[in-house]
Design a protein around this ligand. Structure first.
Ligand code: C2O
Length: 429
C-alpha cells in the first residue's frame, strides 16, 4: 500500500505544514470555550502581522461602545444552492458584480464594505482578539476552528452580498478546483474591468493555467492527475478520522499558543496551497490571497472557501466523516455583522448542519474520488504524472531547490488505533 505525500520545501506563506499525516499532539484536557471576542478591546493594528503588511485603519470592525450583540437566529427562507463558478450564466455574474461593486463603493468603515469583509478575516487571523488574562490569540487557522469559522464567515458574507443583489436567494459560487473543468481561475474573476477581479494575483497563474497543487510556485500548468492524487490523499487516505481532517484542539484559558496547533488535512492542502498559488509573487507577503490579513481582499477568496466548505460536506456525506463534539469547540463564539447591520454572535458548533443555514451545493461528480477508488481497487499506484517528478523515498540525494513530491510505501496498519500515522523525514541538511 502506498500513499502519495506532498512535501513542499520553501516559502509557502500560508502553510504551517502540507503533510497529510503528522503526529497527534494531545490536548491539555478540559478548559473553556472561547467567549465572544470583546469588540471594545479589539487590538488595532492587530498584533501578529507579517513584515511590510499594509492595513490602513487596522482590522477591527466598526463598533460603538454599548452596541448590543444579539444571538444568531437560523434563516427561515428556502434552501439556496451554491453553484460551481464555471457553470453560472451571465445574469448570475452580473448580479454578483453589482453587489460587490456596491460593497466596494461603501465607506471603508461601513460594516458591509468589501474591505471590511477582508478585515473580519484579518482580525481573527492576525491577532486582533487577544483573550483572557493571558491574552490568548483567538486564532481560527491551523486547528479545529478552521472549518466552522470559515463556514460562518462566508455565510454572513453571502447574506450581505445577497442583500445587494436584489435576490435574497443568491448563493455564492464555489471554485471547483477539485475537478478538471474548474481547476483554472473561474472566468468571472478574470475580467480586469470587473469588481470581481483582483490585480494582486500571480501573473503566471492566469487562466487557462490550472492550479498546481504539487508545485504552487511553479509557472507550469498542473498535472490533473497529480492534483487528483493530492486531493485523494488529503480527503481519503490522510483523513481517516475527524481529528486528522479538522486539525487539532485549541482551548481557551490553557496558555496554549496557536503555533503549536496541528493543521487538518483539508486546510493544509488544497486550502493553503490554492491560496499560495493564487497570490502575487511580487508583493511582500504574497498579497492578496497568499497571506491571511489580505486574503479576503480578493473576491475569489469567498469562492475558494465555498469549495473548502463543500469539501467538508463531501467528507461528511461520502467519506469517513465526523465532527468534533467537544463543547470547548461547540460553544466557542464568533461575532459578525449580519445583512441587517446587527452584530450577531454565533456558536462554532451551530453550523454543522448546512440545511439549517439554508444552503446546499450543486451536485457534481468527484473525479478525484472516483479515480482514487478505481486505482485502489485495481491495487495500483497513481500513475506517475508527467509534469512533476515523483521520486522514490530511497532514491539518490536531491537538492531542495524546489518543491518535491515523494511516493512513500507504507505498511497496512494491523489494527485501528487512536494514534495518527507519523512520517519522519530525516536527512534534510
Ligand atoms: Cu482564513 Cu483561506 O483562510
Amino acid at each position: 500500500m502506498a500513499a502519495a505525500l506532498t512535501l513542499i520545501a520553501g516559502g509557502l506563506l500560508l502553510s504551517s505544514s502540507t503533510l497529510g499525516m503528522s503526529a497527534l499532539i494531545a490536548g491539555k484536557g478540559k478548559a473553556d470555550p472561547f467567549p465572544a471576542p470583546d469588540q471594545a478591546h479589539c487590538v488595532n493594528p492587530p498584533s501578529d502581522l507579517p513584515p511590510d503588511a499594509s492595513v490602513p485603519g487596522g482590522c477591527c470592525p466598526p463598533f460603538q461602545p454599548g452596541t448590543k450583540i444579539v444571538d444568531f437566529e437560523f434563516p427561515t427562507g428556502p434552501i439556496r444552492t451554491r453553484p460551481a463558478a464555471q457553470l453560472v450564466n451571465a445574469e448570475y455574474i452580473a448580479k454578483y458584480e453589482k453587489a460587490v461593486s456596491h460593497m466596494k463603493s461603501l465607506p471603508e468603515d461601513h460594516p458591509h464594505s468589501f474591505l471590511q469583509q477582508a478585515k473580519v478575516h484579518c482580525a481573527y487571523c492576525n491577532g486582533a482578539y487577544l483573550m483572557g488574562s493571558d491574552k490568548q490569540d483567538y486564532q481560527v487557522h491551523w486547528g479545529w476552528f478552521f472549518l466552522p469559522f470559515h463556514r460562518w464567515f462566508i455565510y454572513f458574507y453571502e447574506r450581505i452580498v445577497a442583500s445587494y443583489t436584489g435576490d435574497d436567494n443568491f448563493a455564492l459560487p464555489f471554485w471547483n478546483w477539485d475537478a478538471r473543468d474548474g481547476m483554472r481561475i473561474p472566468d468571472m474573476y478574470t475580467n480586469s474591468g470587473s469588481p470581481l477581479y483582483d490585480e494582486n494575483r500571480n501573473t503566471c497563474h492566469q487562466s487557462p493555467i490550472m492550479v498546481n497543487l504539487a508545485q504552487p510556485e511553479s509557472c507550469d500548468n498542473a498535472s490533473v492527475c497529480s492534483n487528483y492524487s493530492i486531493i485523494y490523499t488529503q480527503m481519503v487516505s490522510g483523513a481517516t478520522d475527524y481529528k486528522c481532517f479538522h486539525g487539532g484542539e485549541y482551548r481557551y484559558n490553557t496558555g496554549e499558543k496557536p503555533d503549536k496547533l496541528r493543521t487538518g488535512t483539508l486546510e493544509s492542502s488544497p486550502h493553503n496551497v490554492v491560496h499560495d498559488w493564487t497570490g502575487s509573487s511580487t508583493t511582500p507577503n504574497g498579497e492578496d490571497m497568499g497571506t491571511l490579513y489580505a486574503a479576503g481582499r480578493d473576491p475569489i477568496f469567498y469562492s475558494h472557501h465555498a469549495n473548502v466548505d463543500r469539501m467538508w460536506t463531501v467528507w461528511n456525506d461520502n467519506l469517513c466523516g465526523g465532527n468534533y463534539t467537544d463543547t470547548d469547540l461547540l460553544d466557542s463564539k464568533f461575532v459578525f455583522y449580519d445583512e441587517n447591520m446587527k452584530l450577531v454572535q454565533v456558536k462554532a458548533g451551530d453550523c454543522y448542519d448546512i440545511s439549517k443555514l439554508g444552503y446546499e451545493y450543486q451536485e457534481l461528480n468527484l473525479p478525484w474520488l472516483e479515480r482514487g477508488h478505481a486505482i485502489k481497487k485495481a491495487g495500483k499506484l497513481w500513475p506517475k504524472p508527467s509534469t512533476i517528478g515523483f521520486i522514490e523515498a530511497d532514491d539518490q540525494p536531491k537538492l531542495l531547490t524546489e518543491p518535491m513530491t515523494f511516493l512513500v510505501t507504507r505498511q497496512i496498519p494491523t489494527k485501528i488505533t487512536e494514534e495518527d500515522e507519523c512520517l519522519d523525514i530525516e536527512g534534510i541538511v
